[in-house]
Design a binder for this molecule. Structure first.
Ligand SMILES: Cc1cc2nc3c(=O)[nH]c(=O)nc-3n(C[C@H](O)[C@H](O)[C@H](O)COP(=O)(O)OP(=O)(O)OC[C@H]3O[C@@H](n4cnc5c(N)ncnc54)[C@H](O)[C@@H]3O)c2cc1C
Length: 478
């Protein structure tokens, strides 16, 4: 069923659109995911006429196969853990089991409500929504199933899809991607997760909370390898305690079907039997056979190359989101989409500082960070020009109430601002909002130390870490 009627609507303002062929939009956006729809919404808000082309569902990966459904599963996992472990808080309850169809109904209900809201938003901004598969046919035009949409500017936002390894075929049942994992009607008894990045760790966490035996296989030396090494190690300790197994620095060599599931082989010779294998080795850009190269757009490993303003090598074409080689996060897509709309409207947006983008892995415990790691800070400023401080959540009242372990780690340029904040612990994803202000406003430890944090909250841990780094620790030895 079509989400809503395709409409060619007159746009208020100077650049009114004719309701017939010959229309030239201010912006034609190809792809209605986070990057594309954010660009379309902001461009329309700035008075531009916009056509938004989407072959699947408005909202893209984030809404339908990514952020939202996975976070609903993680919330159900948290509820399961709370029921199972309630005894430690003196509350008697038992976990009877996981009703996967009911979990899916809850998850799908969240997605459906947000999907309807987004459709209404696009409609209310008078964006011309065109359903169908689009292709770039000139520096100023997209063709959608025979219909040519001309624009003064085109924005490419065709996103990404799950990748696999050479020769590793996904059958959707025993060897699956994150897309398949979202639609399972039962909880597997055992899973091997190939890839210990964000997506792999989040699914490992969900399945473990639902009762599965889980083993993560990661080729690099640590889980969430892009994070500060101490954060990765803390997550590894926490996962070990939860009974999530992992093989680090382990290379996958093959998978075969067994009577009950799969047998995964590693280059070390080790074999792992499980009900299924989740392949979470990253996502690749959707850029093949869409006319990009033919129009002269420079590409790099399938990604569209852009400058700091998301401008491609062709003056009238911009690109945003997972299609370009920046962080593959929904909020990065939103930011890039908004930046492009504002540039096209003649405003002067500031290029994005990608180090200043908050990053959260929503497993249990959560890992959250902003800024740069200690290792990168040392590369950038020199070994002697970097100071670090770890505030253990053992000293934080609210974390003790929640019975979570972890830390807040600060990385600071000596005598300079805080350049990295790295956190591990239940719910620390919520602390990243303050952390990002500290990083992006180039705060010094003293600036933050004088701010009073509410007691007892986990935000106090951020305050206390800065107090300590400013030389006046409160609930901390030293
Ligand atoms: C399991 C999972 C969990 C995630 N969790 C998070 C999270 O918690 N937080 C976070 O920030 N990010 C998360 N992400 C990443 C996030 O979903 C992506 O970064 C984001 O969706 C990228 O947005 P995009 O607009 O670039 O691409 P997409 O969302 O992929 O959208 C691209 C759109 O373009 C459409 N399209 C493609 N080709 C064409 C064509 N030729 N014609 C018409 N339409 C076309 C597609 O149908 C799609 O709707 C997660 C991703 C996954 C897979």
């Amino acid at each position: 069923m079509r989400p809503f009627q395709v409409q060619i609507t007159p746009i208020p303002g100077e650049t009114a659109v004719a309701e017939s062929a010959g229309t030239v939009y201010d912006v034609v956006v190809l792809g209605g995911g986070s990057g594309g729809y954010a660009c379309a919404l902001r461009a329309a808000q700035l008075g531009m006429s916009v056509a938004l082309v989407e072959k699947g569902k408005l909202g893209g990966t984030c809404l339908h196969q990514g952020c939202i459904p996975t976070k609903a599963l993680l919330h159900a996992a948290e509820v399961a853990d709370a029921a199972r472990e309630s005894g430690q808080f003196g509350v008697r309850s038992t976990l009877d089991g996981i009703d996967m169809p009911a979990v899916n109904e809850y998850k799908d209900g969240v997605v459906t409500r947000l999907y309807k809201g987004l459709q209404g938003l696009v409609k209310s901004r008078k964006i011309t929504y065109v359903e169908g598969m689009g292709r770039l046919v000139s520096p100023t035009a997209v063709e959608v199933e025979g219909q040519r949409l001309e624009g003064r500017h085109v924005v490419l936002a065709t996103g990404s899809v799950p990748k696999s390894l050479p020769g590793l075929e996904l059958d959707g049942q025993y060897v699956i991607s994150s897309d398949h994992a979202l639609h399972r009607e039962t909880v597997p008894a055992s899973v091997v997760v190939l890839g210990g990045g964000v997506i792999g760790c989040e699914f490992a966490s969900v399945w473990r909370s639902f009762g599965a035996e889980v083993t993560i296989v990661e080729a690099l030396p640590h889980l969430v390898p892009l994070e500060d090494e101490q954060a990765s190690k803390a997550l590894e300790r926490a996962f070990r305690k939860r009974g999530i197994r992992y093989e680090l620095g382990a290379r996958f060599s093959g998978v075969e079907r067994t009577e009950t599931g799969v047998r995964v082989s590693l280059e070390s010779g080790k074999q792992l039997d499980a009900d299924l294998l989740l392949v979470a080795v990253g996502r690749g850009p959707v850029s093949q056979e869409l006319g990009y190269e033919q129009v002269g757009i420079e590409m790099e490993r399938g990604f569209v190359k852009v400058d700091g303003y998301c401008q491609t090598s062709v003056a009238t074409v911009s690109a945003v989101g997972d299609l370009i080689p920046t962080l593959q996060l929904a909020h990065v897509g939103f930011g890039e989409g908004i930046l492009v709309a504002e540039r096209l409207a003649g405003l002067e947006p500031t290029p994005i500082d990608y180090d200043g983008v908050p990053r959260v892995t929503y497993c249990e415990p959560e890992v959250a960070s902003v800024g740069i790691t200690e290792a990168r800070a040392k590369e950038r400023f020199g070994d002697d020009a970097v100071e670090t401080l770890i505030y253990d959540l053992a000293g934080n009242g609210k974390s003790q109430i929640l019975k979570t372990a972890g830390f807040v780690k600060l990385v600071r340029q000596k005598d300079g601002p805080v350049v990295g904040i790295h956190m591990v612990g239940s719910r620390v994803g919520e602390l990243v909002a303050e952390a990002q202000l500290i990083y992006n406003w180039e705060a010094f430890p003293d600036d933050v130390a004088q701010l009073i944090h509410a007691h007892p909250t986990q935000t106090e841990a951020l305050g206390e870490a800065h107090l300590a780094l400013a030389g006046k620790p409160l609930h901390m030895h030293g």
